[in-house]
Design a protein around this ligand. Structure first.
Ligand SMILES: [Cu+2]
Length: 412
């Protein structure tokens, strides 16, 4: 149910919003917003022609420094075996395997695990929660929308700061829907668009700044838990949504991506930067060819071009992933454990392809976890163990591509 075609994606990106995309460099950069290059088997032959900018990026050396210049490419990826990692990594909270009984209440959190709470429950004084509903996005029976672009979705505010973000998926019922109902928010990426915007780790994305992403685990991000930082939205900024949605039911459905934002116009707030660390490189395409076994995904990382507080980070992998570790100059500074089936909705129902199978329901986050100096080396290692948790399969039985990403919010 989840196969990618970069050719289509790239074409769609450019066709969707010609006014935004000036040159091949930009389309190349944009295709790295979860573009799905790595393991794609179809359409690659045409890739070179349609995304010259990407080819240029991928080919750059692994000595990225000071503001990036981009591209530690996938050639540097280490697919070696990982050591055994204990603790709660990859913990299955839902009664794993094929018991078939989906939980009806959320399970307990593993001891010591920090999972960011919903924005409403931790709302900060002087802010407001704004809900925006993007869609409808209509999907046929047993269908998917692969890496589609909504080029101009509504921003929650202008001349303001976004201090928290959370993604959800609704259908026409007006309620949240999930895997137990055959509905996947496979992934979504929000980017701020405007002349003044550029991505921290991939500055060739001219006019495009990735600010948030979510997989189906729908982990909230809060930036202002302790200090007054937020994502600055300028007066002229617009926002682009990339989305990838799956409908496993045998009837057509309308989906809505429902975003909750916490916002403020408090002038004491300062603008945050977000470092998108990705095992496919700073301007990488995020997708990696899947394989079975125990292994790490990593590359040489990113040399920070900014100094500031490390405000928030969480990791994103696909099923099979256990943990994403963030390193600073070789030391682990954040561990994002991937928890399977803890929450209601993350266990496949009786009519599904794999009744009783659990999927990633939570990712642990790190908040206010120190600082970073310009010149520090940040990198992530994403550990997979497909014996503990199987890779996702598409409807044709092929294994879905995998990812290793962390969003690190830095307040300077
Ligand atoms: Cu993903």
């Amino acid at each position: 149910m989840r196969s990618f075609s970069l050719l289509l994606t790239t074409t769609r990106l450019v066709a969707a919003a010609p006014q935004l995309f000036g040159g091949s460099g930009l389309s190349g950069g944009l295709s790295s917003l979860f573009g799905g290059l790595g393991g794609s088997s179809g359409g690659l032959g045409s890739l070179g022609g349609s995304s010259g900018g990407l080819g240029g990026l991928g080919g750059s050396s692994s000595s990225s420094s000071g503001g990036g210049g981009g591209g530690d490419d996938m050639a540097g990826m280490d697919m070696g075996s990982s050591g055994s990692s204990g603790g709660m990594d990859g913990m299955d909270m839902g009664g794993s395997g094929s018991s078939g009984a989906a939980p009806t209440t959320d399970g307990p959190l593993p001891e010591g695990a920090f999972i960011e709470k919903s924005l409403e429950t931790t709302k900060v004084p002087g802010t407001q929660i704004v809900e925006m509903k993007y869609g409808p996005y209509s999907i046929g029976p047993m269908g998917m929308l692969e890496n589609r672009i909504d080029a101009n979705v509504k921003v929650p505010c202008t001349n303001c700061f976004i201090t928290g973000i959370q993604a959800d998926l609704y259908d026409d019922s007006g309620k949240s829907v999930n895997i137990d109902q055959g509905a996947w928010l496979h992934h979504m990426v929000l980017s701020l668009m405007g002349l003044g915007n550029k991505d921290l780790v991939c500055p060739v994305m001219i006019g495009t700044q990735r600010i948030f992403a979510s997989g189906n685990e729908r982990t909230p991000v809060r930036i202002n838990g302790k200090y007054k930082y937020g994502i600055k939205v300028g007066a002229g900024d617009s926002m682009m949504l990339l989305y990838d949605l799956v409908n496993d039911l045998d009837k057509k459905r309308n989906y809505y991506i429902v975003m909750k934002y916490e916002t403020t116009t408090d002038r004491e707030y300062k603008a945050v930067s977000m470092a998108w660390l990705d095992v496919t490189g700073n301007c990488g395409t995020s997708s990696v060819k899947p394989r079975n076994g125990q292994y790490d995904l990593q590359n040489s990382g990113w040399t920070s071009s900014v100094s500031g507080r490390l405000l928030s980070a969480t990791g994103h992998v696909h099923d099979g992933g256990k943990v994403v570790k963030l390193y600073k100059n070789g030391e682990v500074i954040c561990t994002s454990d991937q928890i399977y089936g803890r929450r209601v909705g993350y266990t496949e129902g009786q009519d599904a392809m794999n009744p009783g199978l659990t999927h990633i329901s939570d990712t642990t986050s790190c908040i206010d976890f120190g600082d970073v100096r310009s010149g520090d080396k940040l990198k992530i290692v994403a550990t997979y163990d497909t014996e503990a948790h199987a890779l996702n399969k598409m409807m044709d039985g092929e294994e879905q591509e995998i990812m290793g990403i962390s969003q690190v919010y830095i307040g300077s």
